[in-house]
Design a protein around this ligand. Structure first.
Ligand code: NAP
Ligand code: GDD
Length: 353
């Protein structure tokens, strides 16, 4: 159904979720404005295919720049804001805790204040990209909207501030501020330093002849992995809901990093056998006997989130969310197949395939 009169502002439009959400909103007839950061090399590869769309408008800004945010919101007067911009890498947040807080915590406050001071409190609906990292050292399994938070990283702590400042503006000023507490969601557009994409890229390259060894950290961490393309639909549903609220979006299934590896290599045609324990654990290619996966402390974190498993019942009943739309196996296949196709294209260009 077309929604031709609506205007949406997406922060983080160049990211994984931003690119899928722009596609969705453009298809629904929105005028989409996106905030991009100035960079010395192009950072719009994920939205390259949308750049000619006359309903897509990009403006330079940064979540650390209050005046820019105020100006853009005052000028656009958006019906909806999707705040997806963040320093989104949990591991990196241990190295850049202050920057992470500036963007992931105070960035949200800047948006809320810009909306309020522009007199848009009762017009603009705001979605905040909250996260299962809030549960951290989990207090119950599975985690739902009522599970207490216990973040385990500077990223998680910053996102906790963001979660509560959203709730505060909802309660104090009656603003339509909603948190989507999204569990891990991946895709063929996932950044290459997140574990799933790191795995699918390596599985593809190794299956096509590379001699590299995939080096990972904690293989036993468990995550509830869904497909990003499905999850952005929930972001839109959350802002289209009758009232502002917070929702867990998850599949209700959890797998270890090791299981993701096994499934991705299998899809790439390599049967993995796991040998050893702890730092000595490695994944062997059963057919050749070669080590293709090993462990390094370089990728361990100062504090780890061991197990995430979401309970999406509320989103299922109130938003009509289907947590089984893309299964774990299908997700692994989509990502691995995409990386195989990309690697084949690289090799073809080099004349080696
Ligand atoms: P992503 O691919 O890393 O994209 C992050 C986006 O934020 C990029 O467009 C990035 O711009 C932008 N950004 C970073 N710092 C910024 C700043 N200071 N000012 C303006 N823009 C900035 O992340 P994602 O996976 O799409 O995730 C989207 C959001 O959901 C993030 O807030 C993340 O924390 C949250 N989240 C993600 C997951 C998940 O599993 N994917 C789960 C729960 C919550 P550049 O392209 O210029 O770097
Ligand atoms: N990145 C990475 N690299 N993680 C590794 C590696 C590795 O080499 N080896 C093991 N892991 C483990 C991490 O320690 C973590 O337990 C798990 O794999 C997943 O790591 P990431 O893929 O980096 O994602 P994340 O769960 O820390 O964070 C993602 O999901 C959050 C939602 O729960 C990000 O998208 C966050 O922005 C998001 O909020």
């Amino acid at each position: 159904m077309l929604n031709s009169s609506k205007t949406a502002l997406i922060t983080g439009i160049t990211g994984q979720d931003g690119s899928f959400l722009s596609e969705l909103l453009l298809k629904k007839g929105y005028e989409v404005f996106g905030i991009i950061r100035r960079s010395s090399t192009p950072n719009t590869s994920r939205i390259e295919h949308l750049l000619d769309n006359p309903s897509l408008h990009l403006c330079y800004c940064d979540l650390t720049d209050s005046s820019g945010i105020c100006r853009i919101i005052r000028d656009i007067r958006p019906d909806e804001i999707y705040n997806l911009a963040a320093q989104s890498h949990v591991g990196v947040s241990f190295d850049q805790p202050e920057f992470t807080a500036e963007v992931n915590a105070l960035g949200v406050l800047r948006i809320l204040e810009a909306v309020r001071t522009a007199g848009l409190s009762h017009k603009t609906r705001i979605y905040q990209a909250s996260t299962s990292e809030l549960y951290g050292k989990v207090h119950e399994i599975p985690q739902s909207e009522t599970t207490p938070f216990h973040p385990r990283s500077p990223y998680g702590v910053a996102k906790l501030y963001a979660f509560w400042i959203m709730k505060h503006y909802r309660e104090a000023y009656g603003m339509f501020c909603s948190n989507g507490i999204l569990f891990n969601h991946e895709s063929e557009r996932r950044g290459e330093t997140f574990v799933t994409r790191k795995i699918t890229k390596a599985a593809a390259r190794i299956s096509l002849g590379s001699n590299e060894v995939l080096t990972l950290g904690n293989l036993s961490a468990k995550r509830d992995w869904g497909y990003a393309k499905d999850y952005v639909e929930c972001m839109h549903k959350i802002l289209s809901h009758s009232h502002p609220d917070d929702f867990v979006i998850a599949t209700g299934e959890t797998k270890t990093v090791r299981e993701f590896c096994t499934a991705s290599f299998e899809r790439a045609g390599i049967e993995l056998v796991w040998l050893g324990e702890g730092l000595d654990e490695c994944g062997i290619d059963k057919a050749t006997g070669k080590t293709v996966v090993k462990v390094s402390p370089e990728f361990f974190r100062a504090a780890e989130v061991d197990l995430l498993l979401g309970d999406p019942s509320k989103a299922v009943s109130e938003l009509g969310f289907n947590p089984r739309k893309t299964t774990f196996r299908e997700l692994v296949e989509i990502m691995t197949d995409a990386d195989i196709a990309k690697q084949k294209a690289v090799l073809e260009k080099q004349g080696t395939f």
